[in-house]
Ligand binder design. Structure first.
Ligand SMILES: Cc1cc2nc3c(=O)[nH]c(=O)nc-3n(C[C@H](O)[C@H](O)[C@H](O)COP(=O)(O)OP(=O)(O)OC[C@H]3O[C@@H](n4cnc5c(N)ncnc54)[C@H](O)[C@@H]3O)c2cc1C
Length: 146
């Protein structure tokens, strides 16, 4: 009889937690993961990805200004802040879904809620109140305390 619900339970589905969960599941471990905000964590939702999209957007005016020198006849350009933000948000939303789907596709059970450590083998999921046990618990909460 199995003593725990999971071999590994990961708290936090950012770059670190999501990768650890997927690799462990690929090796045959029974894995659960809780994410209290957005799957993909800081990098996808607030860090690397939105930053890069904003930087790309900021470089377009230079390209337009130089276009004529490279033989392009670029019409006068205008900028729509709301369109940029809407497209950025849509892309981040798409990537967040990809992160959760990839975890599920690897056989990881996902819990879209905050988790609190009760003891070395026990976690309580905050909104459902569900209590799960695991042989090993990985705290991958980035800069936030679990
Ligand atoms: C503005 C910015 C730009 C960046 N740009 C780059 C870049 O270009 N390249 C690069 O390599 N790195 C970049 N980084 C750094 C990168 O985002 C981090 O190194 C990476 O996200 C760390 O991953 P992590 O898994 O440790 O933590 P996180 O990604 O922060 O994930 C932790 C997750 O845990 C969740 N969580 C916390 N507590 C709980 C709880 N109790 N229960 C359930 N879930 C919980 C959080 O909601 C979060 O999703 C950037 C960071 C910032 C802020």
């Amino acid at each position: 009889m199995q003593q725990f619900d999971f071999d590994l339970f990961v708290i936090g589905a950012g770059s670190g937690g999501a990768r650890a969960a997927r690799v462990a599941a690929h090796h045959g471990a029974r894995v659960g993961i809780a994410e209290g905000a957005n799957f993909g964590g800081t990098c996808v939702n607030r860090g690397c990805v939105p930053k890069k999209l904003m930087v790309y957007a900021s470089r377009i005016p230079d390209a337009i200004r130089s276009a004529e020198a490279f033989g392009w006849n670029a019409p006068a350009a205008s900028f729509d802040w709301n369109a940029l933000i809407n497209h950025k948000d849509a892309e981040i939303n798409r990537l967040e879904n990809v992160y959760e789907r990839n975890l599920q596709g690897a056989g990881v059970q996902t819990f879209p809620e905050h988790a609190a450590l009760l003891d070395a083998h026990t976690v309580r999921l905050r909104s459902s109140g569900q209590v799960v046990t695991a042989e090993r618990i990985l705290i991958a909460t980035g800069a936030a305390a679990p």
